[in-house]
Every structure is written in C-alpha cells, then in structure tokens.
Ligand binder design. Structure first.
Ligand code: ADP
Ligand code: ASP
Ligand code: MG
Length: 413
C-alpha cells in the first residue's frame, strides 16, 4: 500500500463538475489500495477576486488581515471535495492548515513552513479516510493564519509529502507536465518526460509557474518523488506527466538547454552617479533589504570620474516602495545624482545542465536576440542558466526565438 499526496490546482477545482471529477480520480487511486492525502487550491480566480476586494476596501491592507481573508478560498474547496467524495461512498475529512497544524513563521503573505503535525492525518488515514488539506495556508506560533505566497499550494503538497514520507507527490494541473517553455506562449513547446531537480529549481525560480519554487526546494531537501500531471485526462487515458529526477542521466543524450523560462514580475531601478567607493552597494541594498524587498539581478557599471551607476531588479509589486526608499533614504545619503526606474521589463532565461559541458551558449543566445533587434538591458548567469532582462514588449518574441534557436521544438535523441 502506497501513501500518495495529490495536489489539485485552481483550474482543476474550478467548478462543481471539475471537483466531482477530482473526487472520482481520488476514489480510483484509493480503490487501488493506496492511502491518499489531497491538497487543494482555491477555485481558479478566487484568490485574485479576494485580493481585489481587499484593495477595493483599503489601498494598503494589513498583511495579517489579507491572510485571514485570502486563505478562505481553500477552506471552501476542501469541504466541497470532501462532500463530493462522501457522495460517491468514499470516507473523507477536510482540514484547514491550522487544523492540521501546518506551523509557519509569521511572515504574512509569504510565510515559510517550519513544521507539520502529522497526528490527525495519520489517525484518519489509519481509519481508512482520504484526508483533504487546504493548500497555501498555515498558522504561526501565536495562532495567526498565514499564507505561503502565490502558487503556495504546491509547497503545501510537497511539504506534506515530505512530512508524511509519502511514496509520491503528484501535482495535478491544467497541463500534462513540465514543458520546454510555457505552452501558452509557444504552442510548439514539448512536454518533458523528466527534468532534473536542479533544472526544475532554476525554471521555477526564473518564473515557470507550473511549480512554485519553494515546492521544488522542499522536494530537493527531503528527496520527495515529485510528478506533474494533468487532472483533465480521462480514465484509462492518463499519461505519466513529468517526473522530477535527482540524477542527470546520460549526458550524451542531454540537450544543452532543457527549457526557456520567463518572468514578467520584474522592475528595474538604477541609482545614477554614486561615488565609486567601498560600501556603496551595501548602503543601497541594505536599505532595500531592511524593507524586506527581494532583490534579483544586480549590475554595477564600470566607474568613471569617481562615480558609477548601480542597477538592480525587484518584484514589480514592490517597485514603487523600492523607488521611494531610494529617493528618500538612499539618494541623499550616498550622494547619488538621480534615481531611474522601469517597470516594463521582463526576464527571459535559458536553463540546462548541459550548459556545464558546452561552451558558447551565451553567445548563441545573444546573437539570436540581436538578430531580432532585441536590446539586452541586464545579464546574469549561473552554471546552468543564462538570464537577460529585456523590454517587456519583446517577451513573447524573445521566448519564441530562443525556443527555436536551441531546437527545443524538436524531439531529443
Ligand atoms: P495550478 O492552478 O494547477 O497550480 P498554474 O497556473 O499555477 O496551475 O500552473 C500551470 C500553468 O503553468 C500552465 O497552465 C502553464 O501555462 C504554466 N507554465 C509556465 N511554464 C510552464 C512550463 N515550462 N511547463 C508547463 N507549464 C508551464
Ligand atoms: N490559491 C492560491 C493562489 O492563487 C494558491 C495556489 O493556487 O497555489 O495563489
Ligand atoms: Mg500553481
């Protein structure tokens, strides 16, 4: 008997009919003799609707209150799925994050899971029930409701699989696996049967929202067997989706690039004419870090006349806050000439473990972009990825061109 954690996303839970379909799939896995823990998202659009409602009432809502509210979407779907299972004769019981006790820190709207109490879940599983857990949410040590960041139900699923030492964690979504790039942008994108954990980690961190980055981190840390599958395949026609593997496999067969990721959620800030001396980067980024704003790419230009320009990117939602900090705190303090900002940029990245053993990937990438007249504003690289920042209007073109340049539309050997 295997213990399986399944996670169903918003589209999969998007209507009463779809919820009944999820119940049927869960029932089939249960009937095969497995123990099932099911993590669900809110119905698609619900979290956005709730966020818009909050913003309508208050321009800067308290993060604690936001979490009280946006966690309700998942509270609805857990109960609906339990009802649907009961109706087809399957014993099921639903739990909110706080009821399970998914303990998190107190960073509202982007909390981190610290511990999961498996007592209730184990008892119900031993009792023959399917356990349904609300994704995306937890509770801090003071009893406050917290949420895990957008797309956080993936993380709930994988964290539960880790805590329960499940045999497999299955992420059911609206595509049948991880593709070479988002199939909604490039219809020629190909489904990957497997992708290495490292590549998946890069792709998720670079914006491929098919899995939330934290879920991949959990899978790596606890060696969770993780699979991405479609919840829309009919009975008897199910495919195996994409398995996240921990081995690189045979390098001879590895494509150099496995996927193209992109992220619209970026904005660029530049501090112009700062003195070119030690401590400046710290003074600029220290103020940003103190405000709990994540910084992604950083570039410091070559100094001339004793001054230099310093650019970095932040999540788009933090753009105006970061700009205000630079203008009010940093500029007078470090003696900068001016602050510039651009919130219409995006980041496009090529990812592949094969890059390690193949030089020339960067130049191939830059040539392809140049041939389309796409100007590169920033570059960053790691061992297995190359990212560029370009004007947002070129996003789709850049992704398509790179997908074709690295022959990702063609079946690999
Ligand atoms: P869910 O609600 O099930 O969590 P998401 O919308 O969060 O689903 O994630 C699935 C979506 O991720 C797909 O519909 C697809 O558009 C997008 N996506 C982005 N990059 C990729 C990729 N490389 N492979 C597959 N899907 C991707
Ligand atoms: N409902 C949450 C969101 O929309 C969590 C999730 O779907 O994973 O971000
Ligand atoms: Mg998701």
């Amino acid at each position: 008997m295997a213990l399986i954690v399944q996670k169903y996303g918003g589209t999969s839970m998007g209507s009463p009919e779809r919820i009944r379909n999820v119940a049927k799939r869960v029932a089939r896995w249960k009937a095969q003799g497995n123990q099932l823990v099911v993590v669900v998202s809110a119905m698609s659009g619900e979290t956005n609707r709730l966020l818009a409602l909050a913003k309508d009432v208050s321009p800067q809502p308290s993060p604690r209150e936001l979490d009280v509210m946006i966690s309700t979407g998942e509270q609805v779907t857990i109960a609906l799925l339990a009802m649907a299972l009961n109706d087809i004769g399957v014993k099921a019981k639903s739990y909110t994050g706080a009821q399970v006790k998914v303990l998190t820190d107190s960073t509202f709207t982007k909390a981190r899971i610290l511990d999961i109490d498996d007592q209730n879940i184990r008892r119900d599983l031993d009792d023959g029930a399917v356990v349904i857990v609300a994704g995306f949410q937890g509770v801090d040590q003071h009893g406050n409701i917290t949420t895990l960041g957008r797309g956080g139900s993936d993380t709930s699923g994988v964290a539960l699989a880790a805590a329960l030492k499940a045999d497999e964690c299955q992420i059911y979504t609206d595509v049948d696996g991880v593709y070479t790039t988002d199939p909604r942008i490039v219809p020629e994108a190909r489904k990957l049967d497997s992708v290495t954990f490292e590549e998946m980690l890069e792709m998720a961190s670079l914006g491929s929202k098919v899995l939330q980055i934290r879920s991949v981190e959990f899978a790596g840390k606890y060696k969770v067997k993780l699979r991405v599958l479609s919840s829309f395949e009919e009975e008897g026609k199910e495919t195996l989706g994409t398995l996240i593997t921990f081995e690189e496999g045979n390098k001879m067969e590895q494509p150099i690039i496995s996927g193209i990721a992109f992220n619209r959620d970026e904005a660029k800030l530049t501090v112009l004419g700062v003195p070119d001396r030690p401590g400046i980067a710290y003074q600029i980024l220290g103020a940003i870090a103190e405000a709990n704003i994540d910084v992604d790419m950083i570039i410091q230009n070559v100094g001339h006349d004793g001054t230099t320009d310093f650019s970095f990117t932040v999540p788009r939602g933090e753009f105006s806050r970061a700009k205000t900090i630079l203008e009010e705190q940093v500029k007078p303090h470090v003696g900068a000439r001016a602050i510039e900002g651009d919130s219409h940029i995006c980041k496009v990245s090529a990812v592949g473990v094969g890059m390690r053993s193949h030089p020339g990937v960067a130049s191939k990438m830059f040539r392809a972009l140049a041939e389309e007249g796409i100007n590169i504003q920033m570059i960053s690289t790691s061992e297995i990825k190359i990212s560029v920042v370009v004007d947002e209007k070129y996003l789709e073109l850049a992704v398509r061109v790179l997908h074709k340049t690295f022959e990702l539309d063609q079946a690999s050997a």
